[in-house]
Design a binder for this molecule. Structure first.
Ligand code: TRP
Ligand code: ZN
Length: 870
């Protein structure tokens, strides 16, 4: 199976057959589950081709065509297909097959994990359950009868409404019917024993929807926030998008064994338990916010993904880019828009830009795929959401919603393409997006050079731009993109200058814009306006610009857009580190920057924004400014910059820290925007103070000991461990003692240590792999300890290659077990060519070691081949 061949978007062909109804009988058994799958099938168009069904890792027992059992000579089975010559144009086909859920560690298809039967079908997992046309443009109505192995499994779930239940030979069964035709990737069944949290939601159409949240026994006290988030999401989608839920029941099951975040199966979402379970003692503020966003995301898929689905997997961003945009807007409407935007920008700059500059770079709508699981990427998801956001920027909220309405009217119930979405936006608004479509075609991060000048005579701002899009694998030549650039202007004293336009549209390689404005009202005769560009990160591009420090400081203090204020500070920090690395000196801080930070810390700005501004860019973000990433000096200078800031500002910082700490001590933990922001600032200040010197060790100790919530306790642990404080070991041990056995909580402990920058980190990670709470069978453990370690720039890239070897060995072990997770871990090796010669050799050595594995998984094969190709 491992040698899969590439598929190309241009080769799409409509299915030769469709399936109208599917009747499944699933006789669950731990090691030998039997599936009886009866399908009503129709030939599409004039042809006499054979029916070719997909099927993998399953045992065929029997094939029945229109009540006639077939002989083995009537069909052909390979390890990935079942081919049947059929004469009729309409027929009923029954396929009986068996499979073993217990040995399924890949967590795709039907698997048994800790006593729960569970499925994961996206993208191509349904073929591991039964023989089928496993492609998203085949939409069928499903009826599913699930027979539990015994009475030990009281909850028997599948998509849609339950229509019958009873007992057969002492085994309970439930039959479910989903009235909405759907592709196989949205199929789900779950069978196990759970605690159940129930609620209801009445839609604006008056439908009463039963809401059911299934969690592992004993976890009800961690499930409330997920339920609240679900109700908020249902209400929000009605209010902002006019989209209303369409079944009488909505179920969410939280499971511990899951490769990804969650899955939007129709009426039966399956969630990684980390995106459901949290209470203030076990979950951080960020966990609560993540839960809200993922619950929202999966709920929003009901329209953008399920009712309107993808024609083929190259169109994945049709549902994912749009649904990420929707969940970002949901979080922004409920919480802080600025904080959400900044966090999303950080993801693009640190992860997506890196992916876009590497050997796996692909457009948000890829042209070539070997293993579909490899394309659930930050590019398809997050850059895809940025592309939707740019349409929103160009059309405005009203125009965008007009486009959404037309999109839904046209395509409800259908499997469509990204082109159909763009067309609906165009048609509803009478706009021409011909050029804009290049965002779907071209990979690579555009780079925009910006130069501004002021024509005093004409009282006009001149903005010169030049855009370039870098070559990426398979795309040597690039054409200019349609780039929306939001701008604003300020006087040197920070006063805003009204401009005639605030949104410029770049469409050519070089362009000059002449912008009028009320300059005289704000500028003295010898002054020039300071221009802020790409306000709110209005396009996912890299900006190249020489702006004097004084102007940057003005923007940092006075830009109207909080994202631009944050960004100005990040540019100030980044340029110092970049300059130090390039000149092989050590980073310095000057009074102007220190004063700016001091004013910020003592200001009444939203504490969350102060916290984000003081958080330095990570090494990956800084690395994007270099052709060859000098990782040692980048890490060293970032650390120095933090230390210098802490040394200059510790007085101001400790005063503000103490004020917040005391204020929060006065009241119980609240999950309010205000308190989340205060904790965020308190904890960023703590991390600075911890590197300011041993004088402050007592702060992390006290905060850790007295914490009433996980946000404060974990922040104290992290400040101590990441700041290499003398109490680090004490806190690490105390945390282990308190939380050992509580796996979701212990993930935070693993992650904290994986990200420590000490000579002992690698040895410690290896020791932690033997911790009773660690297991290579569980993706969350692998992500928290090992994937986290790959983000530890200093130690993953340790000069002796020990970090590479550690992860290389783990990938080898995961190749057979869980290739999807193995493939996520290998991402950090992709940009091996960006490092120095010694590291290149060491990383390449690991890639070649993995490549030599017997039965190399297609997931790994695709990434390794792409990254080794010249
Ligand atoms: N569609 C899911 C989401 O974005 C993603 C997902 C969940 C997934 N599990 C998966 C994708 C397994 C591939 C394989 O919400
Ligand atoms: Zn999604």
């Amino acid at each position: 199976m491992s040698q899969k061949t590439a598929k190309y978007r241009k080769d799409y062909q409509a299915p030769k057959f469709t399936i109208d109804t599917v009747n499944l009988v699933v006789e669950l058994d731990k090691t030998n589950t039997r599936i009886t799958n009866t399908m009503k099938i129709k030939r599409q168009g004039e042809h006499s081709d054979a029916l070719v069904l997909d099927g993998e890792h399953i045992e065929l027992e029997k094939v029945v065509l229109n009540d006639q059992a077939l002989n083995t000579s009537d069909y052909t089975v390979t390890d990935s297909t079942l081919t049947i010559e059929v004469e009729q144009n309409e027929f009923t086909l029954t396929v009986v097959n068996t499979l073993n859920p217990s040995t399924n560690k890949a967590l795709e298809g039907l698997y048994l994990a800790e006593g729960t039967f569970c499925t994961q079908c996206e993208a191509e997992g349904f073929r591991r359950i039964t023989y089928y046309l496993d492609r998203p443009d085949v939409l069928a109505t499903f009826t599913t009868k699930v027979i539990a192995p015994s009475a030990d499994y009281p909850h028997i779930l599948a998509n849609g409404n339950s229509v019958e239940h009873g007992e057969e030979e002492g085994k309970p069964f439930v039959t479910w019917h989903d009235p909405y035709p759907k592709p196989s990737y949205l199929f789900a069944l779950v069978c196990g024993d759970f605690d159940l949290l129930e609620d209801t939601f009445v839609t604006r159409e008056g439908r009463e929807v039963a809401l059911q949240l299934f969690v592992d026994k004993g976890n009800l006290d961690r499930s409330e926030h997920a339920m609240v988030s679900l109700k908020n999401a249902m209400r929000w989608d009605e209010e902002r998008f006019g989209l209303v839920y369409d079944l009488d029941i909505y179920m969410i099951v939280a499971v511990d064994f899951f490769n990804m975040g969650a899955m939007e199966n129709k009426g039966l979402n399956v969630f990684n338990s980390k995106y459901v379970l949290a209470n203030p003692k076990t979950g951080t503020d960020q966990d609560f916010l993540n839960i809200e966003s993922v619950i929202g995301h999966e709920y929003f898929h009901n329209w953008t993904g399920n009712r309107i689905t993808c024609r083929d997997w190259f169109q994945l961003s049709l549902k994912e880019g749009l649904t990420v945009f929707r969940d970002q807007e949901f979080s922004s409407d409920l919480g802080s828009r600025a904080v959400n935007r900044i966090q999303n920008v950080k993801v693009i700059r640190s992860h997506q830009f890196t992916e876009d500059a590497g050997p796996m770079a692909h457009p948000i709508r890829p042209d070539k795929v070997v293993e579909m699981n490899n394309f659930y990427t930050v590019t398809v998801y997050n850059k895809g959401a940025e592309v939707i956001r740019m349409m929103h920027t160009l059309l405005g909220e009203t125009g965008f919603q007009r486009g959404m309405k037309l999109y839904v009217e046209r395509h409800d119930g259908a499997a469509v393409t990204c082109e159909d979405f763009v067309k609906a936006m165009e048609d509803a608004n009478d706009r021409d997006f011909t050029l804009f479509r290049r965002w779907y075609e071209q990979a690579g991060t555009p780079s925009v050079e910006v130069e501004t000048a002021f024509d005093t005579d004409k009282q006009q701002l001149i903005i010169n731009t030049r855009q370039t899009v870098p070559a990426t694998p398979g795309q040597a030549e690039k054409r200019p993109m349609h780039i929306p650039m939001r701008i604003s202007a300020y006087a040197p004293n920070g006063n805003r200058i009204v401009l005639a336009e605030n949104l410029l549209e770049l469409t050519e390689e070089r362009q000059s814009f002449y912008v009028n404005g009320e300059f005289a009202a704000q500028l003295a005769s010898n002054e020039e306006p300071i221009v802020s560009v790409f306000d709110d990160f209005s396009a996912p591009v890299k900006v190249q610009r020489d702006l004097p420090e004084a102007a940057m400081l003005t923007l940092m203090a006075h830009a109207d857009d909080p994202v631009s204020r944050w960004d100005a500070a990040q540019q100030l920090f980044t340029s110092r580190v970049v300059d130090a690395v390039k000149s092989q000196s050590t980073v310095e801080v000057d009074k102007a920057l220190v004063d700016a930070c001091e004013r910020l810390i003592t200001s009444d700005t939203d504490p969350a924004l102060i916290a984000l501004t003081l958080t330095l860019p990570n090494a990956a973000t800084v690395g994007e400014y270099f052709e060859t990433i000098e990782i040692d000096t980048i890490v060293h200078n970032l650390r120095q910059l933090k230390r210098h800031l802490a040394e200059h500002l510790h007085g101001t910082m400790s005063a503000r820290y103490a004020a917040i700490y005391d204020e929060l001590q006065q009241r119980d933990y609240r999950l309010s925007g205000e308190d989340i922001a205060l904790r965020q600032l308190q904890n960023v200040l703590l991390s600075y103070l911890t590197v300011a010197g041993e004088n402050y060790v007592n702060l992390s100790q006290t905060q850790f000991d007295n914490a009433t919530n996980m946000t404060d306790r974990l922040a104290a642990l992290q400040a101590s461990v990441w700041g290499n404080a003398s109490n680090a070991i004490t806190l690490v041990e105390a945390f282990d003692q308190q939380w050992r056995g509580d796996k979701l909580v212990m993930d935070k402990w693993f992650q904290t240590q994986a990200l420590a920058d000490t000579d002992g980190t690698i040895a410690n990670v290896k020791t932690l792999m033997k911790h009773p709470d660690f297991s290579l069978d569980n993706p969350n453990r692998i992500y928290s300890l090992l994937a986290a370690f790959t983000q530890n720039s200093a130690r993953f890239h340790q000069f002796d290659g020990a970090g590479y070897a550690l992860i290389g060995d783990v990938i080898c072990q995961l190749n057979d077990k869980n290739p999807q997770v193995a493939s996520r871990l290998i991402s950090s090796f992709m940009s091996w060519r960006r490092y120095d010669a010694e590291r290149q050799a060491l990383m390449k050595q690991q890639l070649e070691k993995i490549q030599a594995l017997p039965n190399l998984a297609s997931d790994l094969q695709e990434k390794i081949e792409n990254s080794l190709a010249a």
